[in-house]
Write a protein that binds this ligand. Structure first.
Ligand SMILES: Nc1ncnc2c1ncn2[C@@H]1O[C@H](COP(=O)(O)OP(=O)(O)OP(=O)(O)O)[C@@H](O)[C@H]1O
Length: 269
């Protein structure tokens, strides 16, 4: 089932060159889509269309059955949550609990429902113990989880992340990936922009590559094994692909490669 359908969409900021040109692609519901592209290729402009922060000037963007247009904004903002790369920009209250409650309160939900949603969202991100903390005294990894909890409390079907892993140390990055995998396992569609080809290759199951506002590739992540395509998009091969180039060994994660290598070398398990 199509979660998002973008058709012949273009967008130009006032007085600038077009940021997006005739962009078309679909995202299947429940998938994990990575959006790659060099600086300025249009990734942030594109994702802001998904909940109508930016409205398409030409062409269409459809979220399930709703077109992204003014009259649908309220519904769209509940269906699609966007988490920006600087969590400080999304902090709205003096405690984590109040911060996560901000969205549901804005929907004028009954207080009991607000409390229920906040509790659940904090639990989903495994940050229940942070409820009384000020968001400002948290680490970047914790702040990102608070920002995600704030969006989860709105019960969106689709979660969109701008550079979710930037600035995180390996431990925090793995912690965030695990939390996002749990959400993915519960049926959420995840969309994320990244400059990290390794994460896109190993973690996503659908891929969109933008070049100067146009679609260079829309489809499977195996495209990240294609050096010619990547050089067109100003991207480099994932480390794993580079390492295995010419060896005849394929695989997307270390466990798979480990198995293939052991088989090739005749090493017992
Ligand atoms: N608010 C704005 N006003 C004018 N031009 C903008 C604005 N935001 C982005 N642009 C321009 O639109 C184009 C696409 O930018 P965008 O931020 O969408 O790319 P990006 O792929 O997200 O880049 P990055 O990887 O550097 O974050 C660029 O040429 C950029 O300069």
């Amino acid at each position: 089932m199509e979660g998002i359908s973008v058709s012949k969409m273009s967008y130009t900021y006032q007085g600038e060159q077009p940021a997006l040109k005739n962009v078309s692609f679909n995202v299947t519901s429940g998938k994990k889509l990575a959006i790659l592209g060099a600086n300025g290729s249009g990734k942030s402009t594109l994702i802001q269309h998904f909940n109508g922060l930016i409205l398409p000037q030409k062409g269409t963007v459809k979220i399930r059955e709703d077109f992204v247009e003014k009259k649908n904004l309220k519904t769209l903002r509940q269906k699609v949550g966007i988490i920006f790369d600087q969590p400080d920009d999304q902090i709205l209250a003096s405690t984590v609990w109040e911060d996560v409650a901000f969205g549901p309160r804005n929907l004028r939900l009954a207080e009991e429902e607000v409390q229920h949603r906040v509790k659940k969202a904090l639990k989903q991100m495994e940050i229940e113990e942070l409820g009384e903390f000020s968001p400002y005294e948290l680490s970047l990894g914790q702040k990102k989880k608070v920002a995600i909890a704030g969006v989860l409390a709105m019960k969106p079907e689709i979660l969109v992340f701008d550079e979710p892993f930037s600035g995180l140390d390996p431990g925090s990055r793995e912690g965030l990936k695990k939390a996002l995998d749990t959400l993915h396992g519960r049926g959420h569609t995840l969309i994320f922009t990244t400059h990290n080809v390794d994460i896109a290759y190993q973690w996503a199951d659908q891929l969109l590559i933008l070049k100067e506002g146009q679609v260079l590739h829309s489809g499977g992540v195996e495209a990240l094994e294609n050096e010619d395509l990547l050089s067109k998009g100003n991207l480099e091969l994932p480390g794993l692909v580079k390492l295995l180039q010419g060896t005849g060994i394929a695989g997307k994660d270390s466990a798979e490669i480990n198995r293939t290598l052991k088989e090739a070398l005749g090493i017992e398990k």
